[in-house]
Ligand binder design. Structure first.
Ligand SMILES: [Zn+2]
Length: 278
């Protein structure tokens, strides 16, 4: 098959002929229709995420199952699928309580620990393939459906983790970014009052178009007052896709009574906060 192979950080992809993947027991092979390029791919390309090279990157796929081997559960040949990013054991405590990213036997990420979707075919444990419902036409919109497993799944999980409910006042920090825009849409879908927060005011028209009721310039001197006005005294949920010290402080200060803060990324900053609170 043809594949875009990455041989190291800061190197262009190389279009090569490589061996077709052969599924082992419990594995399936899918024919790739489309594969997205999110931050996870960019981290590898820039050398921020070490992976064993050569490697076929990419995990935001839309694909059709073409081969299975042994017990593959509900995954059948001909089925339209996307992929679950994390390679987990499926039976440890954390897998069983839906905290798969804490899996005690964590195997890494698709497109890093194993080859990904920048190829004609991809081989994965069958349980990593997620069937696409018939109501979505994967052959008509393969690119849009491929990114659902990342750009839509993340905001959806935020809604659940944040216990976001209708009429909640929600602030999205970094709202103009790729995930932020999807978060605005999802918060709108959840019938919330949505405030977009960003330092790049050129993105505000897009934020309003995609679900924000109000936009607040986080770089202005009266940003906190603007957030208090937008939320009538404090948000129920603040979601921070920036997670810098400044954005986290601003997000915490914007919360009302019983408010929840969700932070995505920024682990170094979180560690600093944790240390300062000890
Ligand atoms: Zn596990």
């Amino acid at each position: 098959m043809k594949a875009l192979v990455s041989h190291g950080p800061n190197q262009p992809f190389s279009l090569e002929n490589v061996a077709d993947p052969i599924p082992g027991p419990g594995e399936a092979v899918a024919k790739i229709l489309a594969c997205g390029a999110g931050l996870t791919v960019q981290h590898v390309k820039a050398g921020r995420s070490p992976v064993p090279f050569p490697r076929i990157l990419g995990h935001e796929i839309s694909a059709e199952i073409v081969e299975t081997n042994g017990d593959c559960g509900n995954i059948k040949v001909g089925m339209p699928v996307t992929a679950y990013f994390y390679l987990t054991c499926g039976h440890c405590k954390f897998c069983l309580i839906n905290r798969q990213t804490l899996c005690k036997n964590f195997g890494g990420y698709i497109g890093r620990a194993c080859d990904g979707g920048y190829a004609e075919y991809i081989k994965l444990p069958a349980k990593n393939f997620v069937p696409i419902p018939e109501t979505l036409d994967i052959y008509k919109n393969p690119a849009e459906i491929g990114v659902i497993c990342d750009a839509i799944a993340t905001p959806y999980k935020v809604l659940r983790k944040g216990r976001v409910a209708p009429l909640d006042k929600v602030a999205v920090f970094g709202a103009g970014g790729g995930l932020g825009i999807q978060m605005l849409k999802m918060a709108r879908w959840a019938n919330c009052h949505v405030t977009a927060v960003d330092i790049d005011t050129s993105k505000f028209s897009a934020c309003l178009e995609h679900g924000a009721d109000i936009c607040v310039n986080a770089g202005s001197n009266d940003a906190h007052e603007a957030l208090m006005d937008a939320s009538s005294g404090g948000f129920d949920v603040a979601i921070d896709f920036v997670s810098s010290t400044k954005s986290l402080e601003m997000a915490v200060a914007s919360l009302g009574i019983g408010g929840r803060l969700l932070t995505l990324g920024g682990g170094v900053v979180l560690m600093q906060i944790s240390n300062s609170m000890q």
